[in-house]
Design a protein around this ligand. Structure first.
Ligand code: NAD
Length: 266
C-alpha cells in the first residue's frame, strides 16, 4: 500500500509543490491537504493543484490523522508547533520544512516530538545537503586562513533572514572549525566603523523578485578564493527531498533524523 501523506500549509508555495510531488511519486498517496483556517481554498478540489483531474482530495482546515502515515509541514513556526502536538498525540511521524523558529520554539518543538520519528531540515534539496559536506571539508582545510562570508538570496515574500539554510551553512562551517556560530556570526555591519573581525563569519541577504533560493559561502584566503554555491531552480528540489524524507522516516522508530540520514551521507 502506498504511503498516506498529509500536507499542512497546502495553500502555500511549498505545500502545493509537495502535494504535486506526492501525487507524482508512485509510492505515496495524498491523504489530506490542510490549508490555514479561513483560506478560500477550503472545500475546493486539489485536482488543479496536483495536475490530476481524478484527484479525490479537497482542501480542509482540519488535520485528520486517522488514516495518515506521515505529515509534511511547510507553514509558520507557530502553526508547526500546533501541528507537531497533533502528530505527537497521534503517534504520526512528521517532516518539518518550516524555518524561522526562535530558540525557545525550537526547544519546544523538539520536546513535543520526542515520542515520534521526525525529520527537520532548513533545506530539503539534495544539492544543499551535499554542500554541507563540502563546506565542512573546506572549513577544515582552509577555514582558519580565510575570511568567510555567506550570502543568500530569496524571493521578496520570505520573512525570516538570514535563511535557515544560510544559518545551517554557518553552523556547519563554524562547527568544522571547533567554534559556535553564535560566537563568530556577524549579521549587521551598518553601525560599525571598523575592519572585519578576524575569524568572523559574515552574513548578507538579498530579498527580490521570485528568486527560489541561492546560497554562496566564500572562503577568501591570501591569493585565492573558494566559493561554494547552490542555486535552486524551482521548489521541486525541496518538495522532492521532503517526500524522500517522509518515505525514509515513515516506519522508523522515534528519533530525530536528518537529511544526511535520508541521503545516506551520515
Ligand atoms: P507560504 O507563505 O507560501 O506558505 C505557508 C502556508 O502555510 C500559507 O499558505 C499559510 O496560510 C499556511 N498556514 C499557516 N498556518 C497554517 C495552519 N495552521 N494550517 C495549515 N496551513 C497553515 O510560504 P512557503 O514559501 O510555502 O514557505 C513555508 C515555510 O517553508 C517557510 O518557513 C519557508 O522558509 C520554508 N521553506 C523551507 C524549505 C526547506 O527546504 N526546508 C524550502 C522552502 C521554504
Amino acid at each position: 500500500m502506498a504511503l498516506r501523506v498529509a500536507v499542512t500549509g497546502a495553500s502555500g508555495r511549498m505545500g502545493q509543490a509537495v502535494a504535486r510531488a506526492i501525487a507524482t511519486e508512485p509510492e505515496t498517496d495524498l491523504a489530506c491537504l490542510v490549508a490555514r483556517p479561513g483560506s478560500q481554498l477550503i472545500g475546493s478540489s486539489a485536482a488543479s493543484i496536483v495536475g490530476d483531474v481524478n484527484c479525490p482530495i479537497t482542501f480542509s482546515d482540519v488535520l485528520d490523522l486517522d488514516a495518515v502515515d506521515v505529515v509534511i509541514d511547510f507553514t509558520f513556526p507557530e502553526s508547526s508547533l500546533v501541528i507537531a502536538c497533533a502528530c505527537a498525540d497521534a503517534g504520526v511521524p512528521i517532516v518539518i520544512g518550516t524555518t524561522g523558529f526562535s530558540e525557545a520554539e525550537q526547544a519546544d518543538l523538539e520536546s513535543t516530538l520526542a515520542s515520534v520519528a521526525r525529520c527537520q531540515a532548513a533545506n530539503f534539496s539534495t544539492g544543499v545537503n551535499l554542500a554541507y559536506r563540502l563546506l565542512s571539508l573546506a572549513a577544515q582545510v582552509m577555514g582558519a586562513d580565510s575570511d568567510i562570508e555567506i550570502h543568500e538570496a530569496h524571493h521578496k515574500h520570505k520573512i525570516d533572514a538570514p535563511s535557515g539554510t544560510a544559518l545551517a551553512m554557518g553552523q556547519t562551517v563554524a562547527s568544522a572549525m571547533g567554534q559556535s556560530l553564535s560566537d563568530v556570526a556577524q549579521y549587521d555591519r551598518a553601525n560599525e566603523r571598523e575592519a572585519r573581525a578576524p575569524g568572523s563569519i559574515g552574513f548578507s541577504v538579498t530579498r527580490a523578485g521570485e528568486i527560489v533560493g541561492e546560497h554562496t559561502v566564500l572562503f577568501a584566503a591570501d591569493g585565492e578564493r573558494l566559493e561554494i554555491t547552490h542555486k535552486a531552480g524551482s521548489r521541486d528540489a525541496f518538495a522532492n527531498g521532503a517526500v524522500r524524507a517522509a518515505k525514509f522516516i515513515a516506519n522508523k522508530p522515534a528519533g530525530a533524523y536528518t537529511m544526511s540520514d535520508v541521503l545516506g551521507l551520515s
